[in-house]
Each structure stands twice: as C-alpha cells, then as structure tokens.
Design a protein around this ligand. Sequence first.
Ligand code: TMP
Length: 215
Amino acid sequence: MTGRFITFEGLDGSGKSTQLERVARRLERHGVAHVVTREPGGTPFADLLRELFLRREAAQVDGLVELMLVFASRRQHLIEVIEPALAAGAVVLCDRFTDSTYAYQGGGRGVQPELIAEADRLATGGRMPDRTLFFDLPPEEAQRRRRGRAADRIDRESLTFYRRVHAAYRERIAGEPDRFRLIDAAAPIETVAKAVEDALGDLFPQVQRDQVRRA
Ligand code: TMP
C-alpha cells in the first residue's frame, strides 16, 4: 500500500501550519500512520539549508540561487523522509513543497517557470503531491497577521512581492484544479478547520466514519 502525500500552501501568515497540526492530531486520534514535515527542511541537512535560506543577514539572494537551495533541500527530504514514508503506507503532511517554489521563486523573484520545471525534473523527477490545500488570504491581510512575529528573510519582503507570490499561486491552482483545494483562510479558525476536514474527507474514509458514529 502506498500512502498519501498532502501539502499545505499559502502566504506566510495564512495559518496553514496551525491547520496542519490539527490534521495531524486528528490522524493521531484515529490511529492513521502519518509523518509531519516541512520545506525547506525536513532532514538534518535540509534543516541546515533552511537556516541558510531564511537568515536575515543574507538580504540579497539571487532568485536562481534560491531555486537551487530549495531544490537541494527538497531532494534530500524526498529521498530520506517523504518517499520512504509513502512506501510504508503513511500519510505525509508537508508544510510547503514545489508549489511554493513556483510562487516565491517564480512569482516573487521572477525565475522563469520553465527553469523551475527543469530543476524539478532533475531534483525530484517531477514529484507532485496527491492533494494540496491552498490557504487563501489577501496579501494585505497576510501582512497584517505577520506583524509582531519574528520576521525571517522572506517575511521581510514587500507587499508587492507578496502580491506576485499570491498571483503565481492562483495561476498554479487554475492550471491544476483537481489537485488543489482552496480554503478561505480569512474565515474564523473553526470554519477553516471544518473546510480542511471537508477537503480531506474522501482521502480518510475511516476518519469520516468515526465522526459520523460520534455525531
Ligand atoms: P515557512 O515560514 O512557511 O516555514 O516557509 C519558509 C519560507 O520559505 C516561506 O517564506 C516561503 C519560502 N519558500 C520559498 O521561497 N521557496 C520554497 O520552495 C519553499 C518550500 C519555501
């Protein structure tokens, strides 16, 4: 049996990581084998790359350099964590994956999508998630939510940058409507949690059944 690869995407401040943790707790309660991980990072070496990538001191980093760093991290992560977990039949809940690269390096930094696709083929063989939840929040609102929390190198980018990131995400969703589920991240947290449950319900029939029994 092979597992399910589920990714969580959105602007910084969209609340996706909180929701990922909730899904993980729900799977835990229902005894569904799962792995919680994130990008960049997810292995000791990839976590070092993440640290480098997010350091504020490195203010000016070329878009192609960023591209190579995130794919270096991704390949290691895929080999060491994601593929083995899927092969063992586990659900992999991953905070960000290649859609982030199209959004941030593509939309944000202006790296051509063809180059990203080429790097993706090289690093992952074009590995895509089975399902991707996109936590949709207007860039202005995401920026407001980020205020007051420690900002890394990317968080400090301008609103214009984040508008480009958001537009690139929307373009990807339009291109692959079957893989994506759009979640209104501006809604109250419990409404968002319900939307997440609905967006994953068909993948976890055992979890759904339990809920019906309880109700
Ligand atoms: P996080 O704050 O959601 O953990 O993500 C780390 C930052 O890295 C976030 O600002 C998005 C950025 N990022 C990229 O620019 N490209 C990528 O491919 C990935 C995975 C993340």
